[in-house]
Design a protein around this ligand. Structure first.
Ligand SMILES: Cc1cc2nc3c(=O)[nH]c(=O)nc-3n(C[C@H](O)[C@H](O)[C@H](O)COP(=O)(O)O)c2cc1C
Length: 204
């Protein structure tokens, strides 16, 4: 993890997060990926902050879930994020990286461990549930069985716990407030060794 300057879209996003902080669902975003047949896949995930000293967004996922299979084949993904109080949308396009137990980067493994430790027992226990997305068996479906799963070790993540990182390359910010509306397009300059961003005001 190298120390890079905050991207220019970070301050409007931080402002939106702050002004919508009373709404728990303002931290829920829609994350789209691409299936191996080229069709889109989309789901809600919880924004878990930024990876320290980077512009990468953190999420958590189960390595057994379909999104992880999808990003091994096609790492592009897009987050669509609406803030109801301030009536603005951010769309963040970038590449996704899954940091699972066997990841070679120690700093990322530590970030994965830290995130696991920050979770509630209720969030951690979901990773001890039966394999997501497959047919539910009679036993697993019974509520008593679900309740009987004891919370996993709070210090060490279960092997299927995954830190999911989105490294944005384009950000499209639309403000509905205002007449006319405002729209800003940020793009990362990949030519320039260090992260460099261009910003343009575009028609809404
Ligand atoms: C409010 C809400 C928050 C969710 N948060 C997460 C999350 O943080 N991580 C996650 O993997 N799934 C989360 N889910 C479940 C996903 O939307 C999805 O059903 C699941 O991850 C399986 O997706 P996949 O089969 O496309 O991998 C959440 C669902 C809802 C409704």
């Amino acid at each position: 993890m190298s120390d890079i300057p905050l991207a220019p879209w970070r301050s409007p996003l931080a402002r939106a997060l702050h002004r919508n902080r009373s709404l728990v669902y303002a931290r829920y975003v829609q994350l789209a990926t691409v299936r191996s047949d080229g069709r889109p896949a989309n789901r809600t995930v919880v924004f878990r902050g930024f990876l320290e000293l980077t512009n990468q967004l953190k999420f958590i996922a189960d390595t057994r879930s379909q999104k992880i299979d999808q990003i091994w084949v096609q790492p592009w993904g897009e987050v669509c994020w609406y803030f109801p109080k301030t009536r603005e949308q951010f769309r963040l396009l970038g590449t996704l990286e899954a940091v699972a137990a066997e990841h070679p980067n120690h700093a990322l493994l530590q970030a994965r461990r830290n995130l696991w430790r920050e979770l509630s027992d209720a969030a951690r226990v979901q990773f001890a549930w039966a394999e997501p997305g497959i047919a539910r068996s009679e036993t697993v479906a019974s509520e008593t069985v679900a309740i009987e799963i004891s919370p996993p070790d709070a210090a060490e993540p279960l092997p299927n716990f995954c830190l999911l990182l989105l490294n944005p390359t384009q950000v499209d910010h639309l403000e509905l407030r205002g007449d006319p509306q405002n729209r800003y397009f940020y793009s990362k300059d990949s030519e320039a060794g260090r992260e460099a961003w261009a910003v343009q005001t575009i028609n809404p």
